[in-house]
Design a protein around this ligand. Structure first.
Ligand code: ATP
Ligand code: MG
Length: 556
């Protein structure tokens, strides 16, 4: 076998270097979501990246809820996030943490900074703080409270902690440099007053640490080595380093940034999804048209397909947007050999074989997946009355149409040749029944070579057919117009993103399908039995993806 060329992404290269130079002797990564919404495909990238690195270096992976802001967080999200990460297969073992468990330690760090003369209590209003901060081109100016004594700062901070101060009236700021070219370093706020009940610590605290102060401390306490985050935090890295240094953590973690994953013409923003849910445009956070992890799972995506997708996207510093067709490619690849290929008519019309004996049924042996023998065979009943797809028959066919039309012969998949003799229409001119004759000599598997036909169509035996509802999805967004309306910033929705077919007929083997099971419907696509709305007496299938692909694998 040819030697595999292993290319290391830039994060792996940094970690290799740190290990080689002895900066760290192990690798510990984390995924730190704020429990304020559901996870989406972008988060999956971050989860699999962090978990994958821990695996690769035989290190440790931590799951940590960054629950330091009581205003937006909910326990409902903690549970959904855990379920999503477990489903993706990122196993945190015993390493489940909550940032709010470190409030005491963070408070101690604040005291330490005050004692070192590195933090002060500021009484400027929010408005004034903004004015004093300066701009990208102008330096800020010092707060008049900047030179308070250590004793005074300690006393005032204690007053804040004890509850004597109103929300917004006073803050603790790091004393760094109001003239720094990096605005994040201009004496950032590190603690604020918020009289709120926290879901974990209750009413113990009425002061809460700011993200830029809390996050490095959380990482340092857990002895994270590589704190991997997205690019918007690059400018915050000097502050991250300042916090771990001034709080005197030994062997502190280092932050490394990578570019977020964006999908072209797909809505991922929490704010927009929340609005779609609230306006009833989608059926909750797990509506199969969304790309939250819960939605992808419900639609029928697999953890393997998402991992394949994330791997194909790679890790980079350059912002870019990936085509949804690549995600579709990954799920097709993953399901191709794993799932049985069965027959379903999604827009059914009757086909009657006039010369087939009435009342007779034969059972055909059909391979579940011709490309994977391990999936075995099933029996499919065949008889005089079948369902076929409406568009597999045409009264007046165009050139190169090889399916059924008067006088033409096709193969019924796994069965016989049939020839169209006539058809029936209803009062609206819609075809209702196609009449055929079959040739018993042409049975599949008997080695018939007498003549050839150009078309093969699938079918479902009518008396034994299972009825189902099938939901066909398209992009939620109008791709021609793009995601956002240029005038008012609203979403450009595709009115046809959901098509419900209530009268579909499936071969009888589907009767045993369980919620979450997926199948290939031959010639149609991959479908998954909906985990929410499907029941034994009312089957509901979601189309995961059609069989046609516009995606081409990039050349290596
Ligand atoms: P917000 O900050 O707007 O609430 P968020 O999506 O950043 O939303 P977090 O809970 O802060 O939510 O994210 C958790 C982790 O997931 C962070 O480390 C963040 O960098 C990462 N992350 C978020 N969105 C993406 C994305 N599109 N691609 C890759 N990683 C992402
Ligand atoms: Mg965030």
């Amino acid at each position: 076998m040819a030697e595999e060329v292993v290319s290391r992404n830039f994060i792996e290269q940094e970690i290799d270097k740190d290990l080689k130079e002895g900066v760290y002797d192990h690798v510990c990564t984390r995924f730190p979501p704020e429990p304020n919404g559901y996870l989406h495909i972008g988060h999956a990238k971050s989860i699999l990246l962090n978990y994958g690195l821990a695996q690769e270096y035989n290190g440790t992976f931590h799951m940590r809820f960054d629950d330091t802001n009581p205003t937006k967080e909910k326990m409902e999200f903690v549970d959904s996030i855990k379920a999503d990460i477990e489903w993706l297969g990122a196993d945190w073992g015993d390493n489940l943490f909550f940032a709010s468990d470190y409030f005491d330690a963070m408070y101690e760090c604040a005291i330490k900074l005050i004692k070192k003369g590195k933090a002060y209590i500021c009484d400027l209003t929010a408005e004034e703080i903004r004015e004093y901060r300066g701009t990208l081109t102008e330096a800020g100016k010092n707060s008049p409270y900047r030179d308070r004594s250590v004793e005074e700062n300690l006393a005032l901070f204690e007053e804040m902690r004890a509850g004597g101060i109103e929300d917004g009236k006073r803050v603790l700021r790091a004393k760094i440099d109001m003239a720094s070219p990096n605005i994040n370093m201009r004496d950032p706020i590190i603690y604020r007053v918020a009289h709120m009940t926290h879901h974990n610590t209750g009413d113990k605290w009425c002061i809460y640490p700011m993200y830029d102060f809390a996050h490095p401390i959380e990482d340092a306490i857990e002895k994270i080595t590589h704190s991997i985050c997205t690019l918007e935090f690059e400018d915050h890295r000097p502050l991250y380093d300042w916090v771990v240094r001034e709080c005197e953590f030994e062997n502190p973690p280092r932050q490394i940034e990578f570019a977020k994953l964006y999908l072209t013409n797909v809505v991922t923003g929490k704010r927009y999804i929340k609005k779609l849910v609230e306006d009833g445009i989608v059926d909750g956070w797990d509506d199969p048209r969304l790309v939250s992890i819960a939605a992808l799972r419900r639609r029928g995506f697999t953890p393997e397909s998402i991992k394949m997708f994330v791997d194909m996207c790679g890790v980079s510093k350059a912002q870019s947007s990936v085509d949804y067709a690549m995600l579709e490619y990954c799920i097709r690849e993953d399901l191709k050999l794993k799932k049985p290929r069965m027959m379903a008519a999604l827009d059914p019309i009757k086909l009657i074989i006039d010369n087939y004996p009435e009342g007779e049924t034969e059972y055909l042996d059909v391979a579940n997946n011709l490309e994977n023998e391990a999936l075995g065979f099933r029996k499919v009943p065949f008889g005089r009355e079948l369902y076929i797809e409406r568009d597999d028959f045409m009264e007046e066919p165009p050139k190169k149409y090889f399916r059924l039309f008067p006088g033409n012969e096709v193969r019924l998949m796994h069965a016989y040749f049939v020839k169209c003799e006539s058809f029936e229409k209803d009062e609206n001119g819609n075809v209702t029944v196609v009449h055929c004759t079959y040739d018993p000599e042409t049975k599949q598997g008997t080695g018939f070579t007498g003549r050839k036909v150009k078309g093969t169509i699938h079918w479902v035996p009518a008396p034994q057919a299972v009825k189902a509802e099938v939901r066909l999805y398209e992009n939620l967004v109008d791709e021609e117009k793009g995601v956002y309306n240029k005038e008012d910033g609203s979403l450009n929705l595709n009115p046809n993103s959901l098509e419900i077919r209530t009268e579909c007929y499936l071969e009888p083997s589907f009767a045993d399908a369980k919620q979450g099971d997926s199948f290939q419907f031959v010639r149609n696509g991959y479908f998954c039995l909906d985990e929410k709305d499907s029941s034994a007496d009312h089957l509901v299938f979601n189309r995961i993806v059609s069989l046609k692909s516009s995606f081409k694998l990039p050349k290596k």
